[in-house]
Structure formats: C-alpha cells, structure tokens
Design a protein around this ligand. Sequence first.
Ligand code: ATP
Ligand code: MG
Length: 570
Amino acid sequence: MSVESTPPAAPSLDFIREIIAEDLASGACGGQVVTRFPPEPNGYLHLGHAKSICLNFGLAQEHAPHARCHLRFDDTNPTKEEVEYVESIQEDVRWLGFDWGTHLYYASDYFEKLYSFALQLIDKGLAYVDDQSAEEIRQGRGTLTSPGVASPYRDRSPSENRALFERMRAGEFKEGERVLRARIDMGSPNMNLRDPVLYRVLHAHHHRTGDAWCLYPMYDYAHPLSDALEGITHSLCTLEFEHHRPLYDWLIEHVDGLPSRPKQREFARLNLTYTLMSKRKLLRLVREGLVSGWNDPRMPTLSGIRRRGYPAAAVRQFCKAIGLTKYPSLTELNLLEHHVREELNRISRRVYAVLNPVRVVLTNYPEGQVEFLEIPNNPEDEGAGSRQVPLSRELFIEAEDFMQHPVPGFHRLVPGGEVRLKYAFCIICQEVITDANGAVVELRCTYDDATRRGAKPVGRPKVKGTIHWVSAAHALEVPVRLYDRLFTAEEPESAGEQEGDFTAALNPASLLEVSARIEPSIAEAAPAAHYQFERVGYFFTDPQDSRPGAPVFNRTVTLKEGFTIKPTAA
Ligand code: ATP
Ligand code: MG
C-alpha cells in the first residue's frame, strides 16, 4: 500500500499578517517589520491591551531576525500621566512574555524634534496659531453635515505664526489662550482634517521633561511623527483611529526629513462580556473604592488577572484564538476562561480542600489511627509526583455533597446512602446530627474496608458518587477568596439608566471570603502558585497577602463542571 503525502495546507493568515506578507514580498517595507506598542501611561494595562501587545510583539517574534517591536510611551498629556503607570506597564508587558530589548522609547524624547517639525509646517504655510477659544474652535469646526468655518486667524503670515509659536513655547501665554492648528481643509468631509489642533499650552509638570515645556503636542500629531522617527513600518491601532488615518498620512507627507514612511492599519478592539475595557472607567472603580486597587483580582487589568492567577500563556492562547478582524465584536468571557482552565489543568497541583465543611465521623475507624494515602499531584502530568495525604476517624466533606432530603438525581451522600471518598473507600451515612435549628452539624458514618482501590461494595447497590474530603485533625484553616465576575450585565456600560453608568451592574457577590479546610501539604505553598482544589476549582496563592506557611487563596476560576459552593453566613 502506498502512502500519498499531501502538502500541508497553507496556514491562513489574518488580514494584518496578509498585508505584512505582501509588503515583505513587494519590498514596500524594506524587508523589515517594525511595530510598536504605544500605551499612554495614564492607567494600568487591561486585557484589551493584551490583544495589541500579543499582535505587535508577536509579529516581531514571527519575523525575527528582521523585525522588532518598540515599547513607546505616548506621554504627551502630563496632566494624567504618572511614573507608577510607566512602571506597571513595563512589568505587565514582561509578564505577558514579551521583550522590547533596547527599544524603549518615550514620545517626550522627541519633543524638541516635534517642535522643529511644527516650525517647518508653519514656514510652509501649513500650520497657524489660532487665538480662538476652545469653544469657538469647536463651533467653527462644523458638523458631519455642515462644513467648518475658517478661523479669523487662519491667514496669518508664516513669520507672524512663527513668532507667536515661539512665544507659546517661551511661556508667554496662559492655557487655552492660543493653540497651533494644521492648515488643511475646513470643508473636508473628514472632521479630523478641519484644521486639527497640533499643540496646546499646558503649564504642567511632566514626569520626564519636568518644567522644560509648557507647550505639548496632541496625540494625533505626536503619534505618526514618533512612528516615523523610530522607523516603524506597520503602525497597528484600533478601529477608532480609522478616521484619523488621513491626518496621519498628511503629516507623514508634509513633514520633511522623516527617516521612514510608516503605514497605519486598524483592527477591531477586544470587547469582552461582563467586562469594562477602558482605563478611564477602571480608574473610576479604583478612585471610588469599588475595588481594592488596580490589581484587585476582579479587575480586567493585567495586574488584576495576574494576581487572580490567570497564567500569561492562557492570555496569549486566547489572543491567538480570537484572531483579528476589521469589524467590532463582543467576545465571550467564557472563551477566556476556557483557555485559563486548559492551561491550569496542565500546570496545577491538585489538593483536597473543603470550602464549606460538615463533619463526618467514621464510627468504625479506630480512634487515634492515622493512615497516609499516596495521591498523585497532577494526573495530567506524571512528572509532578505524588504526596501523602492523611486520613483518620474524623473528616470534613463539603456541605453541598450531603442532602438530608435528596432531590431526584442527587448521587452523593444521603441518609442511609453510600458514597465513595476519592482515593480512599466507600462510606455509608448511618446517622444525621442536627442542631436546634435543624442544621446538619455532623454525619455519623461507617466505612467499608473492602472498597479500597476502587473495589465495588458487595451485596449493596452500586455507588454513583465520589466526593473529596480532608482529615479534620490534620486540615489547615486557610482564608480563601471566592471571586466571581465584577459585573452581572453582559455589557456593563449599557446596564444603567444612563449610558455609561456601569456601577449599576456591579455584582454584589463578586467576592465571598471563606475559611477553607485544606490538607496539610498546603502549608508549603509558595506565594503565586497554582492549585486545583479537586472538584472545586482553580486557586492561586495571593502574591501579596500570602506568607510562608500561611497562604491566602484567590479563586482563579471554577471548574467547568461548575461545583457551586454556597457558604453559609459566618
Ligand atoms: P483605554 O480606552 O482603555 O484608555 P487606549 O486605547 O486609550 O485604551 P492606549 O494607552 O492609548 O489606551 O493604548 C495603547 C494601545 O493599545 C493602542 O494601540 C490601542 O489601540 C491598544 N488598545 C487599547 N484598548 C484595546 C482593546 N480593547 N483591544 C485592542 N487593543 C487595544
Ligand atoms: Mg488613549
């Protein structure tokens, strides 16, 4: 029999990668791929930024060694920017697994050059100083259906403009008194071309340039020119900037002496259900104390999900899976959680933990006896080894694994019924002890020694349920934070009565703190370690609050099978 080999199917490329492949083939980008990730340091990075980071840094990896990705801080607005953000952004990009090497840049490094470019535009009659107020400029710009009206200052001479612009730099004017505008086309159907503002006066201290400037460039001006100065070949941004592209191209065309001619391309931003994706809105959650900080494990910030226990590899996998499109869309949070579970299933050590304990006494198990069962640390990974888990006469099981008045289909422990204790043996519930209010406080059970190692009970019905347990005397009491999604609405921003009133959709049960009973091996847990509490979910030792021998756990995500815990109020 002959085996025919079929050529492997060509991998399908997204539209950005197709454009890049064409540019490389035609020589349009000089055989190089140079991208950049350009955050404004006015907040912490979120999952949306992860999409952009994975794209830009991913392209540099794919095209190595003829490629690189720059990390550039777009620090043109000193009033909202802070060093804290600059540092957190670098930490987050590194955590995601990417490296800018020596290519760390700041738009503020180019202030002097950008200023000279502005003088160039002024001298060519392509920029002018406007004395109108912000409101007058806004009104003069017209609407989508009516053209703009030229400013009375539009026809100032280049020499007058130059003198005024130099005086703006020298600090002679107050904020709002004068701006520099591009002189393009007040009748353009594209509002961004109706003489956009390029520079404004801001008497503000800058985190890098200090008090050297009181004149700051607008993002739309600084961004394309920074790209060109750095030799960026493909400037990838989100769809909101599509209508800014003609201005981007106008600047690249009219400024002389630029070392390269970058091209802007737009892709759809990441929107996730149950998630807010805007630094400004996330800042509001932090400022109003609705979360504990930027790295609250419920936040969609990279520092938040990191602290919650999302592995960086899962975020990268997710970004790969969603791909790139040119159309706005909403992605299911479930999809991200799916990738988180896949990765955690591979890497997490298993332990036994009971979140909502009820005591079980094995009446026929000798008092004072302790045995140790050998249990694998990760059935998905033989190399993870095994551990010794103690078992004794008194145990804890999950309150949810017992029903005094069982509903049909409940296959776990019931009065008179039998269940298997995972890795141990089967037990039969002989007696239920309740308190004055009828709440179950203890289950008195017998165990069957003949049912070890999976052996079936003889002469009794088949056992359908298997539950987890911990030895009461050996269990450690450990704080566990059960995190759930921060919002109850799929689209929190349209949940309130007023558009943008996302606080109306806050989930009151997004954090539930319990004291869990966990097998003693957990005492060795290092901070920032992943665990699967068997049958319960994936948990992560909080990197900030855990101490040696005293871990604090964050629930990263539940198991897919959805074992729900409803802890009774303490
Ligand atoms: P935010 O609205 O949260 O403040 P931003 O776009 O203003 O975000 P920047 O710091 O300007 O934040 O963003 C840096 C880069 O990240 C930009 O290139 C931007 O296009 C990209 N980015 C921001 N949000 C998303 C998102 N949700 N999906 C994909 N890329 C994004
Ligand atoms: Mg922005």
